[in-house]
Design a binder for this molecule. Structure first.
Ligand code: NAD
Length: 292
């Protein structure tokens, strides 16, 4: 961060028109998102921990991977095979921090992969005590009558079924002190008609976090969510929004701008670390001032 004033902590002059197919690629984005590459300083808050981050190749997941590694954790990331270039860059940054970085390519909609990737991360890292369920998909719904069945199923299968498969695979072996963190959304609480199916999955993720926290607490495992507002990641040019919507992305927040992935990392570090030892079943907003 270059200034204390949060309105100007990251320059935002509006975003140029751009479209991508999902999953999007970081290098095609203008401007390039800030994942904390040049700013995040670790303080050993996650020393000796072992994390798996789904969707860890780009966007919020990449910022979390960088922060976790600089805080002392080994990091496995799950990504789609098409995103190998993004994954390689994230793993390079994890290894540059002196930690083990493991890439797992596949599709979390596939029950076998979403289960196996968790078991493989545990095997390869030697343990697993932080699970960040962050992979997600959204698409523009230009009107409810035009809701596309295939896209809707992709939303549900990625954001809900994939999340449940991986959480279920990890849960039995999580030891006391472990932490599950779900990337929910402001859409969980303030749904937009143009993201109707996505908003439903994000609301369901909050129900999942609260319900699982009840079962996990007596085992010493905490379960929480982060609810981002508008964040500049490859998901955004991949949503199918028009030029105006991209240009003004995030401008309607009280802070007047979109957030950068780097601005999310601290929330995940906090929830994963001992600093949050009495926090479970919670949703932490990082929304540029929009209330949940
Ligand atoms: P992103 O495109 O960088 O990350 C999404 C990730 O999900 C990608 O890395 C992709 O590999 C992964 N993914 C999607 N479908 C997958 C599948 N079937 N199998 C495996 N991996 C899959 O975008 P992001 O904005 O960083 O998204 C991360 C999370 O943040 C998502 O859950 C998203 O819903 C949530 N979120 C984003 C915003 C925002 O404005 N960007 C706001 C609120 C919530």
């Amino acid at each position: 961060m270059h200034t204390e004033d949060p309105r100007y902590a990251h320059p935002d002059d509006g975003f140029p028109a751009q479209q991508q197919k999902q999953p999007g690629q970081t290098e095609q984005m203008r401007p390039t998102p800030d994942h904390g590459e040049d700013s995040y300083e670790g303080h050993g808050r996650l020393a000796g921990r072992h994390a798996l981050i789904t969707g860890g190749d780009s966007g919020i997941g990449r910022a979390v991977a960088i922060a976790f590694a600089r805080e002392g954790a080994d990091v496995a990331i799950v990504h789609m095979p098409e995103e190998q270039t993004d994954a390689d860059e994230t793993l390079r940054l994890v290894r540059e921090a002196g930690r083990t970085g493991l890439g797992l390519a596949g599709d979390v909609r596939d029950e076998e992969f979403a289960t196996e990737c968790v078991l493989e991360a545990r095997r390869a890292l030697g343990d697993l005590d932080i699970l960040v369920l962050n992979a997600g998909y959204q698409h523009d719904v230009p009107g409810f009558a035009h809701l596309d069945t295939e896209a809707m199923r992709r939303v549900f299968d990625t954001n809900l079924a994939g999340m449940l498969f991986s959480a279920r695979a990890a849960f039995p072996n999580l030891q006391p002190g472990s932490s599950i963190i779900v990337t929910a959304s402001i859409q969980s609480f303030e749904p937009s008609s143009g993201l109707i199916d996505y908003a439903m999955t994000k609301a369901a993720q909050v129900a999942f976090v609260k319900a699982l926290a009840e079962e996990a607490g007596p085992r010493g495992v905490r379960v929480n969510a982060v609810a981002p507002g508008p964040i500049w990641t490859p998901l955004i040019p991949g949503t199918g929004w028009d030029e105006d919507k991209i240009r003004n992305f995030g401008a309607d927040t009280p802070l007047g701008r979109a957030g950068q992935p780097a601005e999310l990392a601290g929330a995940y570090v906090y929830l994963a670390s001992g600093e949050a030892s009495y926090v479970s079943g919670a949703v932490l907003p990082v929304t540029g001032g929009k209330p949940l």
